[in-house]
Ligand binder design. Structure first.
Ligand SMILES: Cc1ncc(C[n+]2csc(CCOP(=O)(O)OP(=O)(O)O)c2C)c(N)n1
Ligand SMILES: [Mg+2]
Length: 288
């Protein structure tokens, strides 16, 4: 996108909403802001109707602040709690049919590559665990098999949260939810490992408990998807409403599972991705 496209056309300054003007003047576009700058700029997602203490809302906020080029990023979302955030998001985004997000993102990325061959356009899927690992798993994996240059981010609240609490493939063994009262009978689907063996060049598991790590993972995933191949980031986003803990305890839940080893952060690079990231981050270090 060109910088001028974001400017308010002369004569329209008085009629544009103040929120919009604030975004143009103080938003993150073309500025290279990151998680460390939060609190100093007008954010892409500032208001949303998600529950108090929602880990997914915090993950969305941090993800938006981590995008390397928000002005040239198109997010493909799916039905679920995150879909309540996207209408309030100052980012180009598409809402797709539940489970279809990686097919929609595939077409979008291919069309953008044809239409703008000399420009960087990042296509990022952001969807829930149900949309990614259950109903959309075949579609997600086939986009990896085809080596589509898109980033898939799963917001894993370990449940179908938006529909009142059914178990998902990502719920832990034994998890008891409103509509899964007898407890889940099998373990979490190992999606990071599936991503790796399905050809993703970069895979990371992170959480909003460690915002800088989350930022690094989102950035690396997007940079690798631009040049090498598909990438996957799984963000653990505890849900106080369905797992029935206090809103203030959401981040403690991450810590508990990291310590007991049931949900640990990790990172995988293919050799090509590792080389790219070393080159790009090495360059950045030299500049700083
Ligand atoms: C095609 C289709 N199937 C099912 C649904 C019903 N549905 C809406 S939200 C949702 C749960 C989403 O779970 P997840 O992807 O984990 O997102 P969360 O709400 O937990 O963030 C389901 C099953 C739907 N809207 N469309
Ligand atoms: Mg979910």
């Amino acid at each position: 996108m060109k910088k001028e496209l974001l400017r308010i056309s002369p004569g329209f300054e008085d009629v544009m909403p103040s929120e919009y003007k604030d975004l143009i003047e103080n938003g993150p576009y073309f500025k290279g802001y990151g998680v460390n700058d939060l609190g100093t700029f007008k954010e892409i997602l500032e208001e949303h109707p998600l529950c108090a203490g929602c880990g997914l809302a915090l993950a969305l906020r941090l993800t938006m602040a981590s995008l390397p080029n928000p002005e040239d990023t198109i997010v493909v979302g799916s039905t679920g709690c995150s879909a309540l955030g996207f209408p309030q998001t100052a980012l180009q985004n598409i809402h797709s049919l539940f489970g279809n997000q990686n097919a929609v993102a595939t077409a979008l990325k291919r069309a953008l590559t044809l239409r703008f061959p000399d420009k960087v356009k990042d296509v990022v899927v952001i969807a829930g665990d149900g949309a990614t690992a259950d109903i959309g798993l075949d579609i997600t994996m086939h986009s990896w098999f085809r080596r589509e240059k898109i980033t898939t981010i799963m917001l894993d609240n370990e449940a179908y949260a938006n529909t009142g609490g059914q178990e998902s493939g990502m719920s832990s063994k034994g998890a008891v939810l409103n509509m899964a009262p007898t407890g889940k009978k099998f373990s979490k689907i190992p999606v990071p490992e599936l991503a790796q063996i399905s050809g993703c060049d970069y895979v990371a598991v992170v959480s909003p408990y460690a915002p800088k790590k989350l930022e690094r993972a989102v950035r690396r995933a997007i940079l690798v998807a631009r040049e090498v191949g598909p990438t996957y980031v799984q963000i653990f986003t505890p849900c106080p409403t369905n797992y029935k803990f206090k809103p203030l305890e959401a981040l403690d839940m991450v810590k508990v599972k990291e310590v007991d080893g049931s949900y640990v952060s990790k990172e995988y690079f293919s050799p090509e991705a590792e080389e790219l990231i070393k080159r790009l981050e090495g360059k950045k270090d030299k500049k700083e």
